[in-house]
Design a protein around this ligand. Structure first.
Ligand SMILES: Nc1ncnc2c1ncn2[C@@H]1O[C@H](COP(=O)(O)OP(=O)(O)OP(=O)(O)O)[C@@H](O)[C@H]1O
Ligand SMILES: [Mg+2]
Length: 303
């Protein structure tokens, strides 16, 4: 895969299998941009075939990326939603992680998924992002059923149209912050110099220029999460999925990350699907949806 072809600095032996996420279940993360959804991620069978060759093939020339995204569907979803989940079910063994969840996300809006631990928030986020295949129900992105897309297209879609921010940043420790931000661009086939230039511009725009040359281990937790935000936004995605992006931070750093993430996303008309336990984090959203026992319920919150 790309990391083996000499185009990226070497990783540690157990480092990110995909170059973007640390090995949380290395095989689950093999396709290039994903967090493994836990140890059973790869075993659940959604993206088993997108391993090394998928990523290698996925280094599209410049027109490949936009072509895939734009060619996905001639029309947006009928209901006008950018992303739309209906009747989504997902079972792990005897556990109904999702039991008929639904959610619609419109372009540019910030939606918070709230709910108790184990309610199904992360599973729903992974289904929306095309990382986990629902057992039943559908997820449509711009009108196209994600489950109906060939692996390669779904994989490309995640690289071009989606961005991800996780609780522990999941920056590649061996790379500088600049290289981490450039990585999604490199995976999309951009040349090193152009990718580095855009990554530097993004870091500068987000007030992070001073950390560009540092490695993740040399910056604070809050700075690391802001670099993760830069990495999520650098490709110009339409949706950023953020799973407890402030969960590991003190409250001040958490506020800074949320301010940065929501301001930058709003400026770009990028939608955010945000999972959080914290009301003060959810307060950055336009809309709150409660997930409980694998089902979704809109909460009346007007902002
Ligand atoms: N890969 C998996 N294998 C087995 N069970 C899983 C897996 N992923 C989720 N589950 C189970 O599905 C249920 C929902 O999990 P999920 O991670 O979606 O909850 P959550 O709302 O994100 O919780 P938390 O707030 O603790 O992160 C839980 O009972 C969980 O144990
Ligand atoms: Mg979770």
């Amino acid at each position: 895969m790309s990391l083996a072809n000499g185009r990226f600095p070497a990783e540690g032996a157990s480092g990110a299998a995909d170059g973007l996420f640390p090995a949380e279940g290395a095989s689950g993360a093999a396709d290039g941009l994903f967090p493994a959804e836990g140890a059973s991620g790869a075993a659940d069978g959604f993206f088993p075939a997108e391993g090394a060759s998928g990523t290698a093939d996925g280094l599209f020339p410049a027109e490949g990326a936009s072509g895939t995204a734009d060619g996905l569907s001639p029309a947006e979803a009928e209901d006008g939603a950018l992303l739309s989940a209906t009747g989504v079910r997902k079972t792990y063994g005897a556990t109904d992680a999702l039991a008929g969840a639904g959610l619609q996300v419109w372009a540019g809006e910030v939606v918070a998924l709230m709910g108790p631990s184990g309610a199904g928030k992360s599973t729903l986020l992974h289904c929306l992002a095309g990382i986990v295949r629902p057992d039943a129900g559908t997820v449509r992105y711009r009108g196209a059923d994600l489950a109906g897309l060939p692996d390669r297209e779904r994989s490309a879609l995640r690289r071009t149209d989606f961005g991800f921010v996780f609780q522990f940043g999941q920056l590649v420790p061996e790379l500088t912050c600049l290289e981490n931000v450039a990585l999604p661009l490199r995976l999309n086939g951009e040349r090193n110099r152009a990718a580095a230039k855009r990554a530097r511009e993004m870091l500068t725009e987000l007030g992070l220029a001073e950390v560009a040359g540092k490695r993740p281990g040399e910056v604070s937790g809050g700075q690391g999460q802001r670099v993760a935000v830069a990495r999520a936004l650098v490709t110009g995605p339409r949706v950023v999925f953020a799973d407890e992006p402030t969960g590991a931070l003190d409250s001040l750093s958490g506020e800074q990350v949320m301010q940065l993430l929501t301001a930058a996303a709003r400026e770009r008309n990028t939608a955010i699907v945000l999972v959080t336990h914290e009301a003060r984090v959810a307060a950055y959203s336009d809309r709150e949806v409660v997930v409980r026992d694998g089902r979704t319920r809109a909460l009346e919150v007007t902002r």
